[in-house]
Design a protein around this ligand. Structure first.
Ligand code: MUC
Ligand code: MG
Length: 368
């Protein structure tokens, strides 16, 4: 089997509610749909979320690569030869969400070719994951209200709170209000997206010490190496590397050298193959793993649940699978639902990512 066609289709779907966080904001989903077609008529699909404030990719850079250099690396190749494909892609540095989606689409093709789900091929551990919901910046009462509504409506009992604003008191008060309103049984953790300095992050850790927080993600800029290591050493809770560990090598470096004490794995940037390597590394050294969200559509979240539920180590904690609730629509024909706090792995062959042609025609930005 050989890949014969690479399609990069930019599309735009409005957000029902914009997401704001310390490193950026998302007002509309402007993503690229990737489709790899083979000479046997199979189509492997994946979603690409360009995040310029995190990785430097844009819709234009992603489509440019997929119609140029990366197309040349893919066309004529056996989709099972993932290692060879990655070797060729990695001659171009960066571009993690483009490479991640190619990997997911290759696995989708492999699953279809052998008539099995990718979830089963990866490890098939469990059929569902518990959900953690990410609360974007807003006024304190609105964030408390959103958490309460999502707990009541979807049974979600784990929340990642976006922080990193100044004055620090704003987010300290927010975290206190969430704990007060949600009670002791809800899990809360913070993500500052590098918004604070190490010193500020330490002040926040001290001021929230009584709030039973589980993790603190990217409190400061990990590139400020001494400050970050000082913070990791003194923190009582794990410091999670997200954007400071977008690859296997980065993840190992940050953990080995004390720049972080837990890892966020995002299939949007490391696909399934590199995510599995990061997961194995984390398991080997015994650091916690969170399945993260790259502000993913249902297509992206499907990839996350397929992977996260395939392995015991990634299924241990709630996974960030609910950002799609903020989006006005999605391209999928198989909507994800959150029931009693869980998202189920879709059944069927491949990844279970299936595109509604009418929706794609409606939301695509290029001509048909
Ligand atoms: C997250 O966990 O940081 C926001 C920016 C980004 O790159 O991912 C999201 C969520
Ligand atoms: Mg993060």
């Amino acid at each position: 089997m050989k890949i014969t066609e690479v399609e990069a289709i930019p599309y735009r779907i409005p957000m029902r509610k914009a997401l704001h966080f310390a490193s950026g904001e998302v007002h509309a989903i402007e993503h690229v749909l990737l489709r790899l077609t083979t000479d046997e008529g199979l189509v492997g699909t994946a979603d690409i979320p360009p995040r310029p404030y995190t990785y430097g990719e844009t819709v234009a850079s992603v489509t440019g690569l997929l119609r140029g250099l990366f197309r040349d690396a893919l066309v004529g190749t056996d989709p099972f030869a993932r290692e060879r494909v990655h070797e060729r892609l990695n001659r171009t540095v960066g571009n993690p969400t483009t490479k991640g989606a190619i990997d997911i689409a290759l696995w989708d093709l492999a699953g279809q070719a052998v008539g099995r789900s990718v979830h089963a091929l990866l490890g098939g551990y469990t059929d569902r994951l518990r959900v953690s919901h990410m609360l974007g910046f807003d006024e304190v009462p609105a964030m408390v209200d959103e958490a309460q509504r999502y707990r009541d409506e979807y049974g979600i009992d784990t929340f990642k709170v976006k922080v990193g604003r100044r004055p620090l008191a704003l987010d300290i008060e927010l975290t206190r209000a969430l704990r007060g309103a949600l009670g002791p049984d809800v899990e809360l953790y913070l993500d500052a997206n590098r918004g604070w300095t190490a010193t500020e992050a330490r002040q926040v850790l001290d001021a929230t010490a009584d709030l039973d927080l589980t993790f603190f993600e990217e409190p400061d800029d990990a590139a400020e190496v001494l400050g970050r290591r000082w913070l990791v050493r003194l923190s009582r809770i794990p410091i999670v590397a997200d954007e400071s560990a977008p690859s296997l090598g980065d993840a190992a470096r940050e953990i080995q050298t004390g720049g972080a004490s837990a890892l966020s794995i995002k299939t949007a940037r490391t696909g399934f193959t590199e995510s599995a390597k990061i997961l194995a590394y984390a398991e080997a050294v015994g650091v916690d793993v969170l399945m993260g969200n790259q502000i993913d559509t249902q297509l992206g979240s499907t990839a996350t649940v397929v992977f996260g539920a395939a392995f015991a180590y990634s299924a241990r904690r709630a996974a960030e699978l609910s950002n799609f609730l903020d989006m006005a629509d999605d391209l999928t024909v198989r909507p994800l639902s959150i029931v009693d706090g869980f998202v189920a792995v879709p059944d069927g062959v491949g990844t279970g990512i299936e595109i509604d042609p009418d929706k794609l025609a409606h939301y695509r930005l290029d001509e048909e």
